[in-house]
Write a protein that binds this ligand. Structure first.
Ligand code: GRG
Length: 298
């Protein structure tokens, strides 16, 4: 893919990220009633410099289906809030026990464990509040609420996290690993695309196509994440580490090797792009973004 195309999507993403960050700041300006400590912890984690990939996917899906991105901005923020809550909780001592996130101390390190748990809880609730309040018409809002609740809930994000924790130090096969990541990472990507398409009131086959694109992109994203971790570990330790030594988590490179993991990521990106072509020319930015994910360095 020529560099110029990836340059185009990169500048489009910069524009969308700016819109998302402005809206996130707006939604976390609590007039009164929110304790100062809680507000600080929410804004500290949510506004930290993440890639904002999932909210950008909401906006790109809406644009691909003929809707202005601003109409989907509340849903983009809701998805980023669910993502931020999941990262705060995932970093807690009871889960991954991480000290750093997005280049800064994790929420529970910067504040304390109780505040981090409660900041995550508040973000989860705020996501649904925003969808209910700011998505129009109400019938579309209800569909979005239902889809996001499903994706963030016991059978998808939370269920995937439980399956991941339960599988620590177990010997999984590739199918089991994919099943975990389909829920843990794939579900939030899939719903990001789905919400954008629903807000644009796209025909059902376009919503389905974008859900497929989102799930495949999410799985590819997870593989590239594992590959970047291995590259980082190699640089640090001078050797390849298949399982995360601290957590006993199995990764794609640990299970399949680096070459096969790269091949799988590329195949998933290809499949994602094929799914999105149903939408037509307006899906071009989504195809470019998929290639950007494959080439990503962070
Ligand atoms: C606690 C319910 C619950 C779920 C946690 C998201 C998650 C599930 C765990 C985070 C750990 C992890 C490595 C998940 C895989 C998905 C992933 C790579 C998340 C990080 O996403 P990025 O890279 O993060 O998009 P930024 O900071 O850029 O938003």
């Amino acid at each position: 893919m020529p560099d110029i195309v990836l340059d185009d999507i990169s500048s489009q993403l910069d524009r969308l990220r700016t819109e998302v960050d402005r809206a996130l700041r707006h939604y976390t300006r609590f007039d009164d009633g929110c304790p100062e400590l809680l507000q600080s912890a929410i804004r500290y984690s949510l506004l930290a410099p993440g890639k904002r990939l999932r909210p950008c996917l909401v906006l790109l899906a809406a644009e691909a289906c003929g809707q202005r991105s601003t109409t989907a901005l509340p849903a983009a923020c809701a998805v980023e809030m669910i993502h931020a809550y999941s990262l705060i909780h995932d970093d807690l001592p009871a889960m991954d026990d991480d000290d750093m996130r997005r280049g800064q101390p994790t929420c529970h390190r910067q504040f304390d464990e109780a505040t981090a748990i409660l900041a995550g809880d508040a973000l989860l609730a705020l996501a649904f509040q925003i969808l209910a309040k700011d998505i129009r018409p109400p019938a579309v809002a209800v569909r979005c609420l239902h889809e996001l609740a499903l994706s963030a809930g016991a059978t998808q994000l939370v269920g995937g996290q439980v399956a991941d924790l339960t599988a620590e130090f177990c010997d999984l096969d590739a199918q089991e690993l994919v099943a975990i990541h389909r829920r843990k990472t794939g579900a939030m990507f899939r719903v990001a695309l789905g919400l954008g398409a629903m807000i644009a009131e796209a025909p059902v086959e376009h919503i389905r196509a974008l859900n497929t694109y989102g799930e495949k992109l999410g799985l590819a994203f997870q593989i590239t994440d594992d590959l970047l971790d291995v590259a980082g570990e190699e640089a640090e330790l001078g050797k390849r580490v298949g399982k995360d030594a601290g957590h006993g988590k199995l990764t794609y490179p640990g299970l399949l090797g680096v070459t096969e993991s790269r091949r799988r990521a590329a195949a998933l990106i290809q499949e994602a792009c094929e799914a999105a072509t149903v939408i037509g020319e307006s899906a071009a930015p989504l195809l470019q973004l998929a290639h950007l994910v494959l080439a990503r360095k962070r």
